[in-house]
Design a protein around this ligand. Structure first.
Ligand code: SF4
Length: 556
């Protein structure tokens, strides 16, 4: 089968058969002939492919500066190359929803370096550290999509940054935008003793065939992928996930899930009930992404994620369309993966590999690190003869291939950098999104608050050792997965005791991935989890956060 033959029935605008073009608006589904752009984002994508903005950055904007950037490019197409304008400093959260986008824009950018599968060599880690120090004021945040984000990037410096990154095989291509974003993969693929299958070849194929391809560079919205031979990539919350499972007749392969997504209208992914072998992941992925491109809703941005189509169709119809219109064959029925508790998925600590060496997982505080420290981590990896560093979907990092007699030395060196291998439960299980420091959608600050809260809780509850997840978000979106945390905090303005509006949070309690009490299957196999319940009326100020969490945990 050729690379393009799996991608489906409908064609993008420009090659439309006239009889398919209908006059009514529908949901903006191309496959139903609704090609007329129905909102400014769709119009901008029709006017010019987002990938084309690179030439303008290199040839015009980097030379003429920020003010020369076309408005559609600035707030749209730059994302296809991993660039967002960051929030202008000093604008408080109360103004987020009131100001026009250009009033929130700073003239600096966030640049997202995509790290599919979280896989980095020492040279790549050094290159990111070098870029961070030279062009991003030392900033570097490990995200819960395994990427590293840099801030304070000037448009004039972008070509030089690409040169450094691309020289070591890194890219920012489609790190943002309505595209196949960076694909999650197991940070311990190929080395973990308990993986069902090493998914690395599938991830490499997906990246080679589809990242930067105009076949999928105009999707209705972002498209999140996860591929792992074990359950460590939040497969329940991705648009498409391939999860390692052993078929009783066919052996190791993948169980396929579609339509997961958190944010507003959260939905856990649904199993298609199929088993896919390693060599077919690329074609099945292309079929699913093709369905999203062709049948996805483009009329309203807030209904454009795949989860809305999956909710309307159900898994059975989705599978039928995939088989009949995109793959032209029937897929093999498959079993669900066994249940693995979410707290056993993060790889923090010291773990023996299949080959007798060790991988060492450590915690940057809520994902925040800096360019100099990234360089130091690269030095440490090299000192223990490792060339493999990993980022995780929990804002953590790993060094693989550590010889047994070097483990404790490495643990000690990492600790001197405040990168703990044996952290408190608070440091290990707290995540925070970008927040008001840089994010234009934010209402409250997150990273510094979460970091201070970790310090407070470590002081106040030094012996607490139950793994409790605390996820801090700066707005109603869910970049740090509030709905699946034991304590999820959704940023908003709240009233303090004096009646003044201050930064604070709506509290959600009891969310988690994996089996839950309502699961029909007693073993929990194939179940997805439970969203945290919004506690009616329970809002806390940012200043009360540590007190509130302490109270909850003392009563736990
Ligand atoms: Fe920004 Fe909101 Fe996402 Fe946080 S959750 S990074 S504030 S959009």
């Amino acid at each position: 089968m050729t690379e393009s033959s799996t991608s489906g029935a409908a064609a993008p605008p420009g090659s439309v058969r006239p009889h398919l073009v209908k006059r009514h608006r529908g949901e903006g589904q191309w496959a139903k002939g609704h090609f007329t752009p129905l909102n400014p984002n769709e119009q901008a994508k029709k006017d010019d492919d987002g990938l084309n903005v690179r030439a303008r950055i290199e040839n015009i904007y980097a030379h003429r500066g920020f003010d020369s950037i076309d408005g559609q490019d600035l707030r749209g197409r730059m994302r296809w190359w991993g660039l967002y304008t960051q929030r202008r400093p000093g604008i408080d959260g109360g103004k987020t929803a009131v100001l026009e986008p250009h009033e929130l824009d700073d003239e600096y950018f966030m640049m997202r370096v995509r790290i599919d599968g979280g896989q980095l060599t020492v040279a790549q880690l050094r290159a990111i550290g070098q870029v961070s120090a030279a062009y991003a004021r030392g900033t570097a945040d490990v995200t819960d999509r395994q990427n590293i984000q840099l801030h304070w990037v000037r448009i004039e410096d972008v070509p030089a940054i690409w040169k450094i990154l691309e020289a070591v095989g890194l890219q920012t291509t489609e790190a943002c935008g309505d595209t196949p974003r960076a694909m999650l993969g197991s940070p311990v693929a190929g080395v973990a003793k308990d993986e069902v299958i090493d998914a690395t070849p599938a991830l490499e194929e997906l990246k080679r065939r589809f990242v930067g391809s105009k076949e999928f560079s105009n999707l209705p919205r972002k498209f999140k992928t996860a591929v792992s031979g074990m359950q460590d990539v939040v497969h329940e919350a991705n648009d498409v996930s391939f999860v390692g499972v052993v078929h009783p007749e066919h052996g190791p392969g993948f169980d396929v899930w579609v339509g997961g997504g958190l944010s507003t209208n959260p939905q856990f992914a649904k199993r298609l009930g199929v088993w896919v072998p390693l060599e077919e992941v690329g074609d099945v992925w292309a079929g699913i992404c093709g369905i999203f491109r062709d049948y996805g809703y483009r009329r309203l941005r807030n209904r454009a994620r795949l989860k809305f189509l999956v909710a309307d169709w159900g898994a059975a119809k989705f599978r039928e369309v995939l088989e009949s219109e995109y793959l032209h064959r029937t897929l093999i029925d498959g079993p669900p993966p066994p249940f693995v508790p979410a707290t056993q998925r993060d790889h923090v600590g010291v773990h023996e590999q299949k080959d007798g060496r060790y991988y060492v997982g450590f915690c940057p505080r809520v994902g925040r690190i800096d360019g100099a420290t990234l360089g130091r981590v690269a030095d440490l990896a090299e000192a223990v003869s490792s060339d493999r560093v990993r980022t995780t979907p929990d804002q953590k990092m790993l060094i693989l291939d550590v010889p047994g007699d070097r483990v404790e030395w490495l643990v000690g060196e990492l600790k001197t950098l405040d990168l703990q291998v044996r952290p408190s439960v608070f440091r290990r299980h707290t995540m925070a999104c970008t927040g008001i420091e840089f994010c234009k959608l934010a209402i409250v600050e997150t990273k510094a608050l979460a970091s201070d809260t970790i310090d407070e809780l470590e002081k106040r509850l030094p012996d607490f050792d139950t793994p409790i997840t605390l996820n801090v978000n700066g707005c109603p979106n869910s970049c740090a997965r509030i709905q699946t945390a034991d304590i999820g905090l959704k940023g908003q303005l709240v009233q303090d005791a004096n009646g003044d509006q201050v930064e604070g949070f709506q509290v959600h309690l009891g969310g988690h991935f994996g089996a839950d009490a309502e699961s029909e299957d007693a073993s929990g196999a194939g179940s997805t989890g439970s969203f945290g319940r919004k506690v009616r009326g329970l809002k806390i100020t940012a200043a009360e956060l540590a007190d509130y969490v302490e109270r909850v945990l003392r009563n736990y």
